[in-house]
Design a binder for this molecule. Structure first.
Ligand code: CBA
Length: 441
């Protein structure tokens, strides 16, 4: 009714060539901005606002939506898709939701640090039930607005407590840089990847750790490094742990893909657990976006290992002083879903199987993509596609080749040539292989 009415107004006052709802909203805008109403506006505080550039990862979805080419493909943001390209809700998540509905839970605020039961289970999930600091209550944490929110709280916390800079790998997840810059930290980079060899630059990495000033924070990707998909071996992690300890650096783990590297969340926590066993008083942010498929629920955790329980609790009390004026307290649903799964052994087993299923499908797509590239006639070396792990293939395509692939083939990946393998399916792999070959031959 209302739309019909508005359409009529717009037709009378301002005939346009648009149709339906569009026409009505354009009509409304025309009405609001007539000469008379413009005269009655207050002085304009918005005029100097420029249109901001779209986000290099998430913004790709917006550009993709505007492309009406029927065979278009997006392999940009790291979000898992099933083999027909559809978003996937884990069956264990569906079951947990049903259980929660039956319990008729309230919708009260959570505490500033979130749901304590969730935090307890989340920390055990990554540190391990039998971790000594867990048993000694020396690991304490808060619920976080997924990985991104936890990173931001950590950045502000450390800036408030005297830190001036943080080291991140080169390259790293693009959003790390504005997150820490906006927290007031200077972002410095350490060597991580050798693009020539499509391999880890381990010597460069160790050398750079050695030259970091004592007391610096180093961000480490716990597993499935984004964007390169290259993780250190366990021997290399050991050497990093020793060097970091010797130089008195604070390791901060970003654990966004636990379960997505090997298919087994316990295996994927190996580096974190080794650092803790080596006596590092680490800090860590966890995300449940990918492994539990809870992207939009914004569920994660931020934790710290202290020398004793009291110390760890003091740090958490300071995290709460950052959180309260920032967003007061976190949302409930995601925490309840993860808790419902992790407190039930059968649902936990279902989760483990379903997480493995996602990781296995990605591994299969890596092999398929590499094989298809050979099949369509590419003579380039694509070994790194299967050597890399986790959600992404760091293809080695240049930004020009990425743009060419976008314009000529309507295949969208990020400008650094990162391909989300989670978006590759048996239905689009030939198309993607052809596009990659065409721009790289
Ligand atoms: N850390 C790393 C290393 C990540 O890759 C991401 C997600 C996050 C934050 C933290 P969340 O806030 O959902 O827990 O994730 N990175 C992306 O998968 C994407 O979600 C990516 O495509 O790079 C993003 O937001 O950019």
């Amino acid at each position: 009714m209302l739309i019909q009415k508005l359409s009529r107004i717009s037709l009378i006052r301002s005939p346009t060539k648009f149709s339906g709802i569009h026409r009505s909203s354009v009509g409304l805008a025309t009405k609001c901005c007539s000469k008379e109403s413009r005269r009655s506006l207050s002085s304009n505080h918005w005029a100097q606002f420029e249109m901001a550039p779209v986000d290099p990862i998430v913004g790709l979805n917006e550009i993709f939506q505007k492309d009406d080419y029927p065979s278009k493909v997006i392999v940009g943001v790291g979000a898992y898709r099933d083999d027909v390209g559809k978003p996937y809700v884990l069956p264990c998540v569906r079951e947990a939701e049903k259980k929660m509905m039956d319990r008729k839970l309230d919708m009260e605020y959570s505490g500033i640090a979130g749901d304590p039961k969730f935090v307890d289970l989340a920390l055990k999930f990554v540190y391990g039930n039998d971790s000594i600091p867990i048993l000694e209550n020396r690991v304490q944490g808060t619920q976080a607005l997924s990985g991104t929110g936890g990173l931001r709280v950590f950045g502000e916390l450390m800036r408030k407590h005297g830190h001036k800079h943080i080291y991140v790998p080169n390259p790293t997840w693009g959003n790390h840089i504005p997150i820490f810059t906006n927290s007031g930290l200077e972002v410095r980079k350490y060597r991580y990847y050798d693009s020539e060899k499509s391999d880890l630059d381990f010597l460069g990495l160790i050398d750079d750790i050695k030259s970091m000033p004592a007391g610096s924070i180093i961000l480490l990707h716990a597993c499935a490094h984004n964007p390169t998909g290259m993780d250190p071996s366990m021997e290399q992690w050991k050497e990093m742990s020793e060097t970091i300890k010797k130089h008195n650096i604070l390791p901060f783990f970003d654990c966004a893909y636990q379960g997505f590297a090997s298919g087994d969340p316990i295996k994927d926590a190996a580096a974190v657990r080794m650092f803790v066993e080596d006596g590092h008083l680490i800090s860590m942010v966890q995300s449940f976006s990918k492994n539990f498929g809870l992207y939009g629920q914004r569920i994660g955790a931020l934790s710290v290992v202290g020398r004793d329980e009291d110390e760890a609790k003091r740090v958490v009390s300071q995290m709460k002083t950052v959180i309260r004026p920032m967003y007061s307290n976190p949302p409930r649903q995601g925490a309840r879903i993860v808790t419902t799964i992790l407190e039930d052994p059968r649902l936990t087993q279902d989760f483990l199987d379903q997480c493995k299923g996602m990781a296995n499908r990605i591994t299969l797509m890596r092999t398929l993509l590499k094989d298809k590239l050979a099949e369509v006639g590419s003579t380039k070396n694509w070994e790194h596609i299967t050597k890399q792990i986790g959600m992404f293939a760091y293809s080695g395509l240049s930004s020009d080749q990425v743009m060419e692939m976008r314009e000529n083939h309507h295949v969208y990946c990020t400008a650094d040539g990162r391909i989300s393998m989670a978006g590759v399916t048996s239905g689009n792999v030939d198309y993607i292989a052809n596009a990659i070959h065409d721009v790289s031959k």
